[in-house]
Design a protein around this ligand. Structure first.
Ligand code: BG6
Length: 472
């Protein structure tokens, strides 16, 4: 009998992922407009906070804006094949509806892409990651307004045109399903009394679907060999018990997420959502032509983040035992350990997720976020012994390798926050994901110096052996 090969494919895209507002800083420099993140001092899960508290770590973040060369050199030292970053929309269109783009913003990203290519690193770009020009919230009401579709299309076309020779891999919206869980961050939505919140959220999602499909269309026209993906926060849900009702509840929970990839990968609204809309009196306004746009411009690959799995139940007593998560809470799984922030660690769930997504879509998959947010200790000798992070990543990569052996077409893996950055859900520095430590604390103190952790050399070895040596 032939032996089963368990390897990562040739040309696998190893790397790391960040978002503009979590690393760049320079929030008001070189013509950048304010973004929704700039007024979210407590993180994405909190509603619009106009107070602009003095301490907003996103304002300076880790100063990637000025230190990108040093950081990219460190990524290159680890052997990165790709680097996922997002473009700050208000750096390009400060108000979102400006007649002309801000040249300084475009020039910044051009320099970053050139630096990446100098080191043989392929940029993977998210067009909109958890932020948008604040002016679009104030003047248009965010994504509830259809006008955002045109404004986003102009923004995306501007990027494709300018960077057509520098960027091949794109994603339209980070965790597009976040609009249901953090509506201000995901959709720039601020609700007023009397608003039918659910309808507004789904209408905003529809606008994003159309905008995304139009971006896929434009991207393919402007960059014929572009690969344009969607990006969802994937969180497989288990039934708490084998009660048939629990099983179906888990399916329904997953559909809240899969609805987003279903529309973007298959090109139409699934029947289960039509039923949900009908039963909940939600009317989505489709403009003439929307159905064709969605159907004709589906994504080339499915990008997704995976941090944890969830459990659901139909038993109200069990439902009371909740645990944390970045987007939504679920029931505690008695078989799993959790991070310091309550995120349940489940490597096997990654294999399940990969198989489910591939069975469903038969399109290439890209794990564009995965990692452990943890408190790191700098030892007296200056070292950082982050074995727990290596354990987390190693166990997930082992399961990714299993999924590939199951037949899943996985094209890449970018761990979240290869360099410490400001967290999205809690807006703090203490929750670190990096192979590279950044000297900055929750109060904003620190030199911003970079330092390699133990995991740095481990990841370097993983990439050098194309995932063959995952031990340390
Ligand atoms: C993902 C986001 O949901 O989770 C990232 O795309 C985020 O922006 C990451 O940083 C980890 O979440 P957190 O809250 O630990 O930063």
């Amino acid at each position: 009998m032939n032996k089963l090969e368990k390897t990562f494919p040739k040309g696998f895209l190893w790397g790391g992922a960040v978002a503009a507002n979590q690393v760049e800083g320079a929030y008001n420099q070189d013509g950048k407009g304010l973004s929704t993140a700039d007024v979210s001092p407590n993180g994405i899960m909190h509603p619009f906070d106009e107070s602009m508290k003095d301490l907003n770590l996103y304002h300076d973040a880790i100063d990637f804006y000025h230190r990108y060369k040093e950081d990219i050199a460190l990524f290159a030292e680890m052997g990165f094949k790709c680097f996922r970053l997002s473009i700050s929309w208000p750096r390009i269109f400060p108000n979102g509806d400006d007649a002309e783009p801000n040249e300084a913003g475009l020039a910044f990203y051009e320099k970053v892409f050139d630096e990446l290519h100098k080191h043989g690193i392929e940029p993977v770009v998210t067009i909109s990651h958890y932020e948008m020009p604040l002016a679009l919230v104030k003047n248009y009401g965010g994504w509830r307004n259809r006008k955002l579709v045109d404004l986003y299309e102009t923004y995306a076309k501007t990027l494709f045109t300018r960077f057509k020779d520098k960027v091949k891999y794109w994603m339209t919206f980070n965790e597009i399903n976040v609009v249901l869980h953090a509506p201000f961050t995901g959709g720039g939505l601020v609700f007023e009394e009397g608003d039918d919140e659910k309808s507004i959220q789904y209408q905003a999602a529809h606008h994003q679907f159309v905008a995304s499909a139009l971006a896929v269309k434009a991207g393919h026209e402007i960059i014929p060999d572009a690969k344009i993906g969607c990006m969802i926060a994937a969180m497989t849900t288990y039934p708490y018990s084998s009660r048939p009702e629990d099983m179906f509840a888990a399916i329904e929970q997953d559909r809240k997420t899969l609805f987003f990839s279903d529309v973007q990968a298959r090109g139409y609204y699934p029947g289960y959502m039509k039923r949900y809309f009908l039963e909940n009196d939600i009317n989505i306004e489709f403009q003439e032509g929307d159905e064709d746009i969605l159907r004709n411009h589906t994504v080339d690959y499915i990008g997704f983040s995976y941090y944890m799995s969830f459990v659901t139940s139909t038993d109200p007593e069990i439902l009371g035992q909740v645990t944390g998560g970045n987007l939504f809470e679920g029931v505690k799984n008695p078989y799993l350990e959790a991070s310091d922030w309550g995120w349940q660690i489940d490597p096997k769930g990654l294999r399940t997720t990969l198989n489910q997504l591939y069975d469903r879509y038969q399109k290439p998959l890209f794990i564009v976020e995965n990692g452990l947010g943890a408190v790191d200790q700098v030892e007296e000798d200056g070292s950082i012994q982050d074995d727990y992070r290596i354990d987390y990543l190693r166990s997930h990569l082992l399961e990714a390798r299993e999924a590939i052996a199951d037949g899943v077409d996985l094209i890449g893996y970018t761990s979240w926050g290869p360099i410490d950055l400001v967290s999205a859900s809690t807006a703090e520095m203490k929750k670190r994901y990096g192979f590279i430590y950044v000297d900055r604390d929750n109060e904003g103190n620190g030199t911003l110096d970079r330092k390699k952790k133990k995991s740095f050399d481990w990841y370097k070895q993983v990439i050098a052996t194309n995932g063959e040596h995952l031990d340390y």
